[in-house]
Design a protein around this ligand. Structure first.
Ligand code: PEP
Length: 250
């Protein structure tokens, strides 16, 4: 049985004061939730206050990226160890915006996944096709390359811990959600691809859906056989909306 995981990706939103206000609003209303893993991923500058304020609660904190080296002359970068020491438990890796605007590739993503595990962080690895790729019938080819190259060489001890986020690029921030059936079809495919490399653990790996998830569509998406949670952008920025998403069961 895979425990659902609902994660908010705040992107470039909320300074540390706004982060504290959000956490103070959301913590009491989510305190009774035990059957869903709850993760918030604020910007780097908010992580310190976020981990301190959520300590001892059921809300876990994730970063939106990390660098693969532990230390050294890498101006502007943040290591996995720095995040772990701060109290983070998760880190998003390979979001399509990072692939698109910051030149991330399956190879750099692979290095970051190793760095995350080496630091004791759980990586939320984003995969997904563009509209152009979907239209050209290349969904399987794209997802296969992202999974095979991104997860290459991963030690068996980590297989079941990784979280995959299927985020069709055409559905991110566009208001255009994949239909539950379309999303589940991709999740089933991803689990099959995962099974080819992680035969023993593919059934345990949680696969989130991401792309314009909101309170109005979350229930139907979460009812699908292979959707185990959501990675949420815009709709995770307001406490009332994030609460509804976490409490999707009603
Ligand atoms: C995301 O940023 O991962 C995302 C899915 O964004 P949105 O929910 O706004 O489409």
């Amino acid at each position: 049985m895979r425990k659902p995981i609902m994660a908010g990706n705040w992107k470039l939103n909320k300074n540390h004061l706004e982060t504290l206000a959000f956490i103070d609003e959301i913590t009491p209303v989510l305190s009774g939730v035990g059957d869903v893993d709850i993760v918030i991923c604020p910007p780097f500058t908010s992580l310190n206050v976020a981990t301190a304020r959520t300590k001892g609660t059921n809300i876990k904190i994730g970063a939106q990226d990390l660098f693969w080296e532990k230390s050294g002359a890498y101006t502007g970068e943040i290591s996995g160890e720095m995040l772990k020491v701060l109290g983070c438990d998760y880190v998003i890796i390979g979001h399509s915006e990072r692939r698109q605007y910051f030149g991330e590739t399956n190879q750099t993503i692979n290095k970051k996944i190793f760095a995350a595990f080496a630091s004791g962080l759980i990586p939320i690895v984003c995969v997904g096709e563009t509209w152009q790729e979907r239209s050209a019938g290349q969904v399987e080819q794209v997802l296969s390359a992202q999974i095979r190259e991104g997860l290459q060489g991963l030690n068996a001890e980590y297989h079941g811990k990784i979280v995959i986020a299927y985020e069709p690029v055409w559905a991110i921030g566009t208001g255009q959600t994949a239909t539950p059936a379309q999303a589940n079809e991709a999740h089933v495919l991803l689990r099959k691809l995962l099974g080819e490399i992680f035969a023993e653990t593919a059934q345990d790996i949680r696969i989130q859906y991401g792309g314009s998830v909101k309170p109005e569509n979350v229930r139907e998406l979460m009812a699908q056989s292979d959707i185990d949670g959501a990675l949420i952008g815009g709709a995770a920025l307001k406490a009332a909306s994030f609460e509804k998403l976490v409490k999707f069961k009603g």
